[in-house]
Design a binder for this molecule. Sequence first.
Ligand code: DGL
Length: 262
Amino acid sequence: MIAVFDSGVGGLTVAKSLKIQYPALPLLYVGDTARYPWGNKSPAVIRKYCDQFVNYFQKKNINRIIIACNTASTFAGSYLRDHYRQVTFFDVIDPVMKTLTKQFQQRKISKVGIIGTRGTIASHVYQSKIKQLSSAIKIQSRACPLLVPLVEENFHDHPATSLILKHYLQHFTNIDHLILGCTHYPLLQAQIQELLGPKVKLLSSAREIAKQIKLNPNDFSPNRPDEYFFTDCSSHYHELTSRIMDQSIKVKQLPLSQINQC
Ligand code: DGL
């Protein structure tokens, strides 16, 4: 079994891409809806939440964990790898950078846009990795903190979301790539593409991680059902999860009291 976690439903974009790539992969999904959004929180708080989730997964003997959140990958990725040596972690930033590097080697990049949470953008995680790749690549970045609540509200194709997207995206000029630096954003991909035009290539962590991750199907425990938990669960999350995963999904409550003990 593999664990996938995020602040809310954003990590489901990763879970969905993984299930397309590895349909028999049993997964345990946890969205921390009781404490979302994570994007405005400090690195110390994000690390504390990640510690709690990793300890919870370890109690369940799960040793492969996908950090399906850019903010958590940014603030806790190296920390988790250093502290839990027996666990294999997959983050959502490295796969995007790998694809971007290939694009660069094929001379397809001159200006990259990045959108993400306040934390991810302020950390400069993508900006410094791109600069390391080449100082000739121009970069524009923007934090888009209103997008996560819109996605969590199931406003994926609501006119209010188009308006907010227009406001954020008008900042970008002449970019050839846009990094969707938050796992919630692939759910707005069609609208983003429409606003930016077909020439801009969108890089989604959900798609890139699923394309690049190497898992051995022989390691999967057969017939183990997937499980979807939220730390604050209501019928809203049943509808939203089912919509995102394109099938009826039974979601369950994982009380924060259980997480806090970890
Ligand atoms: N989906 C997460 C990310 O990729 C977190 C968004 C949030 O809770 O603010 O950063």
